[in-house]
Design a protein around this ligand. Sequence first.
Ligand SMILES: [Zn+2]
Length: 311
Amino acid sequence: MQHLWIAKNDWDDPVTEEVNRTWSQFREQLYLLTSIKVARHAFVDKGVLLQLHCFCDASEAAYGACVYARSVDADGTVKVELLTSKSRPAPLKLYCLRFIRRCQGKMIEYGFIKCNEYAEAKQTLIRALQRKEFNEEIGLLLKNQPIPANSKLKRLRPFVDKSGILRVGGRLRNADMKYAAKHPMILPGKCHFSRTVAVAYHEMILHAGPQLTLAALRQEFWPLNGKTLVSYICRGCHTCFKTNPATIRQPPGQMPKQRISPSRPFSTVGVDYCGPMMLRQPHRKSTCQKAYVAIFVCFFSKAVHIEIVED
Ligand SMILES: [Zn+2]
């Protein structure tokens, strides 16, 4: 499949001679599957020792892992059975940057993608995305000019860092936090990349609700309209939907006696206070004055009395 993908074959295109040969070889080996047997019971009866042995390997074409169980009983009988295995074709995308480097004659890396290459690939993606979405703002910031007042980014006080990534400036410069959390990378609210990272964070924190997902996401990224993005992700999450976790509700307490026994109006009241409001005296051309409002609520009849509280 990977070869067909690279060759950009369409559904009805005849495949190349080499692909045909590889496929035929693979097909001829399929009968070997009949010789593979998987025991239903993976362990010895009354085992005294159980070990899990995990193996993994990878090439540029694919990677995989498998887990074997090795159990031993009191007589020393050993049983080894395959428990589970997984394999995947290697993703092509991560190798693009390496391919470009190699073409430029700069490349020295071989084998697995290294951590720094992964980080670089992520930065390249984000830079390209930000150039597409916030080109005007980035251009102005690089020229040390203020961004327009109606820009969606104005409130975030954005800046462009050393590697050309647009980040939130904010007011946390002196906070004792990681750089990425103080100055998260700005992302557009509606794009495939933002949705992908939001899903990744939602899964990483084990399907927490929208608020927690957003807080975790903001440790690294600042998507515009973040609330809308994460609630969209959480609502669309199949795992969350299937689990349908019930929120815990505190049962309401018993009503106080005064609320349920008949009495004269306002014999028991609750008082609240609101304001300030600006008041102007009717008879004078005075300046406005601050005033507050006291609200008395009758416990039994719910009648309300409002009283002004002047300065
Ligand atoms: Zn979920």
